[in-house]
Design a protein around this ligand. Structure first.
Ligand SMILES: CC(C)(COP(=O)(O)OP(=O)(O)OC[C@H]1O[C@@H](n2cnc3c(N)ncnc32)[C@H](O)[C@@H]1OP(=O)(O)O)[C@@H](O)C(=O)NCCC(=O)NCCS
Length: 324
């Protein structure tokens, strides 16, 4: 009788997996793992060539280091976890908490270690991350075409709420006319001076203040915050990125949304060859404005939350999904 021995040492037993919180030394490895895992999903579902988030379209080494992971370590280390197999990084997660809102910024397992309960274990650790007061809502963005991640989150009580289309278009196509001639915009450079206006708009739009996220965006050289007003009244804000991306953007009323969005696209088009946005399917004005700029859908995502939220008719998400 012929016995065939199958080498199964590559498949780790659950006991071989260890979990620990992240450190500064992990940052380059975390970035590499996220990109490898991200590319794996894009390839598997046919979005690798079109998605602007495929690793060949990203800067090889981040010019400004890892400010996002640094903030995670400083503010949210209880939600920042690494899974290791034989001392090798196999998975990572990072959740952030602002007041009673919990948000899952990243959950990625390397393709070689997927399907071994590592994602489930990382998720459970991130879910325990809370501060004072208790968590009232949980939210995240995932791939619209990955049943593994969608079902993992749904089993933790976080449900699909909103389709997100990553849309981009050439800056020359951006339309400049506004219907409300009273709308003014001003670049905000000092977070402390803008703090109360931003918080008030967030309170009306999202119901949660996210001051630390605003302070973080103000600290980045690659993004500018613009405050919009009509007469003397603040009506919204928009973050405009050097690479032409827009978001987050919020307005106090749906009536102002279209003009604030058009103005943000106009500002974005001034310095970049393309403009881009995470368009929420239920926001008719957003879809109409994006289509009038001749923008095209390049990738599909899904917003999930434990309770219906936020009011997407007045709101545009951060352009990578890591922040709300
Ligand atoms: C999503 C991801 C984090 C999950 O981690 P993982 O370690 O592979 O997953 P786990 O082994 O813990 O659990 C996967 C579960 O999904 C289930 N599953 C697999 N395919 C499924 C499908 N088509 N429908 C429903 N459930 C499915 C598995 O059966 C398993 O559940 P079980 O343990 O009850 O059988 C990981 O696969 C990954 O990194 N994927 C690529 C990146 C990604 O999508 N990240 C999330 C974006 S925010």
């Amino acid at each position: 009788m012929l016995y065939v021995s199958i080498a199964c040492s590559a498949i780790p037993a659950l006991s071989d997996v260890s979990y620990r919180t992240a450190t500064v030394e992990d940052f380059p490895g975390i970035l590499g793992l996220i990109r490898g895992s991200f590319d794996g999903v894009l390839r598997e579902h046919g979005f690798f060539d079109s998605s602007p988030f495929a690793s060949p379209k990203m800067p090889a080494i981040p010019q400004q280091g890892f400010p996002w992971f640094e903030m995670g370590l400083k503010e949210d280390n209880e939600g920042f976890w690494i899974a290791e197999v034989d001392g090798k990084m196999a998975g990572i997660t990072l959740s952030w908490v602002r007041g009673s809102l919990w948000y899952l910024a990243h959950l990625f397992v390397s393709p070689a270690y997927q399907g071994l309960n590592i994602g489930q274990n990382l998720m459970e650790r991130a879910m325990k991350h809370c501060k004072d007061p208790p968590i009232t809502n949980r939210a995240l963005v995932t791939f619209a075409y990955n049943p593994v991640s969608i079902s993992l989150y749904a089993r933790h009580g976080i449900y699909p709420r909103e389709p997100l289309y990553w849309m981009e278009g050439p800056s020359q196509q951006v339309k400049t006319e506004l219907s409300n001639s009273k709308l003014r915009n001003e670049r905000a450079v000092d977070f402390e001076k803008s703090r109360s206006v931003l918080s008030r708009i967030d309170e009306l739009t999202l119901g949660y203040p996210r001051e630390k996220n605003h302070a973080f965006l103000f600290s980045l050289p690659s993004v500018r915050c613009h405050l919009f007003s009509s007469g003397e009244k603040p009506v919204g804000y928009a973050y405009v990125w050097q690479n032409g991306r827009v978001g987050p953007l919020a307005t106090v009323s749906h009536e102002m949304f279209r003009d604030v969005l058009r103005s943000a696209f106009r500002l974005a088009a001034e310095g970049a060859p393309n403009v881009g946005i995470a368009a929420t399917g239920s926001n008719e004005q957003l879809m109409q404005v994006a289509l009038e700029q001749k923008m095209r859908i390049l990738d599909n995502y899904l917003f999930m939350s434990s309770k219906p939220f936020p009011n997407f008719s007045n709101y545009v998400l951060y352009p990578t999904g890591a922040m709300l």
